[in-house]
Ligand binder design. Structure first.
Ligand SMILES: Nc1ncnc2c1ncn2[C@@H]1O[C@H](COP(=O)(O)OP(=O)(O)OP(=O)(O)O)[C@@H](O)[C@H]1O
Ligand SMILES: [Mg+2]
Length: 308
């Protein structure tokens, strides 16, 4: 699982994406890589786990480890602002008002959050290729992560097309001078499209790995099966599947025995459904992972399993 440039950790809500992506990042950093851990989860869970306020600026949180949190709503606002800035002055005030209205209307449509997140993510990753050896992305639960990844393939479509069409129409009828600014705006749009195209190539290359995280529970297994199918269908590589919160061997008592027995069935199902991948089992700990110490302890365990 080592040696890649970009890792996306994905899976159902609450399975341990933030915990394991954080633990994995500390392993890479400890092994000498410069790592940027990116969360696309508005809950600021990285700040919680590392006990420091992270936020949208990239900051160093440990030796060799940097982190940043992307807040989707915040990104939409910034995205719309950037887009509006780009075109302001290059179209007539009337058309500008129309475009602004369209933007505010689409702000709440499905897929926009993901487009905004991927816009920022692609900037951070492509802009940091020299600075960082690896990027670890803690994605939002399944649906959002999938929508986000799919967005990469079809970005350039929603806002850009609207703007581009308007600009072209304007450029044709407007007088000299305006044309230059329209051309400039179109160039900015082109830059974005080219960036997405580069980002898409990176994601589909062998430099990127998607790492599904699941728990030995029925719903988590079924959801991960769909996730794996979709992600591999998009052409993104998966080599390992992390099975988190496995009951320890030493549990006892009738109640725990029954849970353990049910879990054995689920683990058999996991072995069957994900037989093409290397399975990595991570034990359920007695307590939540809430501090850097807990995290490093878990990371030690994980590192041993990833290397064995
Ligand atoms: N192996 C483990 N043993 C014990 N607790 C764990 C383990 N892995 C994760 N947890 C705990 O489970 C909870 C959920 O983990 P985490 O926040 O990493 O999940 P997530 O998939 O990121 O959730 P969300 O979908 O809400 O972002 C946390 O309280 C975390 O400390
Ligand atoms: Mg999380």
């Amino acid at each position: 699982m080592f040696g890649r440039k970009v890792y996306f950790f994905g899976g159902k809500g609450g399975v341990g994406k933030t915990t394991l992506s954080s633990a994995f990042s500390t392993i890479l950093a400890k092994r000498g890589s410069r790592v940027l851990l990116v969360s696309t989860d508005p809950a600021h869970s990285l700040s919680d786990i590392f006990g420091v306020r992270i936020g949208s600026e990239t900051r160093e949180i440990d030796d060799g480890l940097w982190a940043t949190e992307i807040d989707p709503r915040e990104e939409i606002r910034a995205y719309v602002e950037r887009a509006l800035e780009t075109i302001e002055g290059s179209v007539s005030p009337d058309v500008f008002d129309q475009i602004r209205e369209i933007f505010h209307a689409v702000e709440h449509t499905p897929g926009v959050e993901e487009a905004a997140v991927i816009d920022t993510l692609s900037r951070k990753i492509l802009g940091g290729l020299e600075e960082f050896d690896a990027f670890v992305v803690d994605t939002a639960p399944t649906g959002h992560a999938l929508a986000m990844l799919k967005t990469v393939g079809r970005v350039g479509r929603w806002m850009e097309e609207v703007i581009e069409r308007k600009l072209k129409a304007e450029a044709m009828k407007e007088v000299a001078g305006v044309e230059d600014r329209s051309t400039l705006a179109l160039e900015v749009l082109r830059e974005r499209r080219e960036r997405f195209s580069k980002f898409s190539k990176l994601i589909l290359s062998e430099k990127t790995l998607f790492v599904p995280v699941l728990n030995p529970e029925k719903l988590s297994i079924l959801e991960t099966e769909r996730l794996v199918r979709e992600v591999t269908g998009m052409g993104i590589s998966i080599t390992h599947v992390l099975v988190n919160k496995v009951l320890p061997e030493e549990v006892s008592g009738e109640f725990m025995e029954r849970r353990k027995s049910q879990e054995r069935d689920h683990i058999n199902l996991i072995k069957e459904k994900f037989r093409k991948f290397q399975l990595v089992f991570i034990r359920l700990r007695p307590m939540d992972v809430r501090s850097v110490e807990d995290l490093k302890d878990l990371a030690k365990d994980l590192e041993g399993r990833l290397w064995s």
